[in-house]
Write a protein that binds this ligand. Structure first.
Ligand SMILES: Nc1ncnc2c1ncn2[C@@H]1O[C@H](COP(=O)(O)OP(=O)(O)O)[C@@H](O)[C@H]1O
Ligand SMILES: [Mg+2]
Length: 336
């Protein structure tokens, strides 16, 4: 049995369509035009207990909306989802006690209070027994090395420290399922790394099921074996991280080191990525790799040659860039 089961889940928003120009704006007052934004457009997903899944996609792809649906923050337009057998948007207390949602761009902690006070409040809300509370808090503050910060108002903390405090708040009731929405956004490399290491350790220890969205491929590579890619509200890929390259990269990188002094023009074969004579790297379409290799080897004395995949970061960046949602590609205007 999977712990998260999502079937044909959709969420659409009706948004007021802005009109261009004054005349159009005035018209708009009398005859408002709405359009439907399909934030989540038929998602199927099934996650097994203990999996750490990366949920990736370009801005506006529907990641946050999906996590909000799974946390019961919003209601769906259609479709179904169960998490540990609960339907999230029924908002049962039993469910609330067993999952947590952390959003990198939103604070749950009281700004002017020390984190400790917020944690006490969480303890009350989630009815965490005193001994469990103490034990978990000790463990988490030690792992994240923030014991000395517990009594300081949250607003005085750095972004990285604050995120650690947010994570503690989310984990105090020992959730079985954790939704992490960009938990390392805006953090410096060291803070990012610390949080990664912590998540890796703690997820393995507690066998939590985690769904993580992040723009940092380092997070994903360090933490997740499985990657789910969403764009335009629909799942585009579900598989291993390395498989992303196979599926989405139509190119390979060929690097030649020439043994003669004649500098050839390789731009006929593809985009020149780097040229530090006598080395030239060229991006070649996959299907053309054998032909290009054969031709270059035939026409030039070669010292060395290598064929590599395009780096994953680049594949994903390209994919995200190319699938940026255009305003009207999805929206259906519904005058009313
Ligand atoms: N409350 C809302 N009202 C109207 N549109 C929304 C709302 N929330 C999200 N959207 C739209 O839904 C789409 C998906 O948003 P979101 O789930 O936040 O994407 P992501 O987290 O992948 O960047 C976007 O086009 C966004 O503008
Ligand atoms: Mg988002």
């Amino acid at each position: 049995m999977s712990i998260i089961e999502v079937k044909q889940l959709t969420k659409s928003y009706r948004v007021y369509k802005k009109r261009e120009g004054l005349r159009e704006s005035v018209k708009g007052i009398f005859r408002r035009q709405y359009e439907e934004v399909h934030a989540v457009a038929g998602v199927d997903l099934s996650v097994q207990e203990g999996e750490f899944v990366a949920f990736l996609g370009p801005n506006g792809a529907g990641k946050t909306t999906t996590l909000k649906l799974l946390s019961g923050v919003i209601n769906p337009s259609s479709g179904s989802a169960t998490v540990m057998g609960f339907t999230p948007w029924q908002r049962k207390n039993e469910y609330r006690r067993r999952f947590a949602l952390v959003m990198g761009q939103k604070n749950q902690l009281w700004w002017d209070l020390p984190a400790r006070d917020s944690y006490r409040l969480h303890q009350q809300i989630y009815a965490v027994p005193e001994s469990d509370f103490k034990q978990t808090l000790d463990e988490l503050t030690q792992l994240l090395d923030v014991g000395r910060l517990l009594s300081q108002p949250v607003r005085e903390l750095s972004l990285g420290e604050r995120m650690k405090m947010e994570l503690i708040a989310a984990l105090l009731h020992r959730p079985d399922v954790l939704f992490l929405d960009e938990p390392t956004i805006g953090l410096d490399v060291i803070a990012q790394h610390n949080i990664q290491q912590f998540l890796k350790y703690y997820q393995e220890k507690r066998r939590m099921t985690v769904l993580l969205t992040s723009h940092y491929m380092k997070d994903v590579a360090a933490l997740c074996k499985r990657v789910v890619i969403i764009a335009r509200g629909m799942i585009q890929y579900d598989g291993s991280l390395s498989g992303v390259i196979d599926q989405f990269s139509g190119h390979k990188l060929l690097t030649f080191e020439f043994a003669d002094t004649r500098q050839p023009d390789l731009s006929v074969f593809g985009e020149i990525v780097e040229e530090t004579w006598p080395k030239i790297q060229v991006r070649v379409s996959r299907s053309q790799v054998p032909r290009v290799l054969a031709e270059v080897l035939r026409d030039h004395p070669i010292e060395d040659v290598s064929v590599e995949d395009v780096p994953l970061e680049e594949v994903i960046a390209t994919m995200f860039r190319d699938s940026v949602i255009k305003d009207n590609s999805l929206a259906t205007a519904t005058p009313s």
